[in-house]
Write a protein that binds this ligand. Structure first.
Ligand code: SF4
Length: 191
């Protein structure tokens, strides 16, 4: 039955899916912008954990992000601290309560459904959704925001003896751990 869907039907379903999750976000005790900020902070690397990076990633205004961060801090879900050696730069981090809050993320239901689907479905979904997002980003001239594996600054195994991480970022001239290479970076530049 699904294969008979028209393109318009598929777009309507995507819109409906997004709307259903958004309704759940609104029904919780934090708003959709706050959910987006929590998700981002759980996925970004250490070069991308600032209010400015979050603002760029969400394509939001400074004012919206500022209000969002104030609300999350007041609820005890994140902390703002000064970046070492950069007095004017702020580091954002989730608190344990913020990490725990993400267990209630309305998108987790979709995550679980995709996890439970077959290999073919997952592969098609991965290919289709990556292509769609990539095309929209390209058509609007937005930054790619990927992870190290597809970045031109990444040197796999470039710091073999560094205890802080065996991979290397040419842009920041810093070692990177394996787990960091999988996180979102707002300085990503497609290779
Ligand atoms: S290699 Fe690219 S994606 Fe990775 S930290 Fe450096 S700039 Fe960011």
């Amino acid at each position: 039955m699904a294969k008979d869907l028209s393109t318009e039907d598929m777009v309507i379903l995507l819109e409906r899916l997004s709307r259903l999750v958004r309704a759940q976000e609104h029904a919780s005790d934090i708003n959709p912008a706050q959910w987006e900020a929590l998700r981002y902070l759980s996925r970004c690397n250490r070069f991308s954990d600032s209010p400015a990076a979050l603002t760029r990633y969400l394509s939001a205004t400074k004012g919206t992000i500022s209000q969002t961060l104030i609300a999350l801090e007041r609820k005890g879900l994140l902390t703002k601290t000064r970046r070492p050696d950069e007095a004017r730069s702020v580091v954002l981090a989730l608190t344990p309560a913020g990490e725990e809050k993400l267990q209630d993320d309305p998108w987790r239901q979709i995550y679980a459904m995709i996890e439970a689907s077959g290999v073919k479905t997952r592969k098609r979904l991965a290919a289709g959704s990556s292509r769609l997002v990539g095309q929209i980003i390209k058509s609007r001239g937005l930054p790619s925001y990927g992870s190290c594996g597809s970045c031109r600054y990444f040197r796999e195994g470039g710091a073999p003896r560094d205890v802080k991480g065996k991979h290397w970022c040419l842009l920041f001239e810093q070692p990177i751990t394996k787990s960091e290479t999988e996180k979102i970076c707002t300085s990503h530049d497609a290779a």
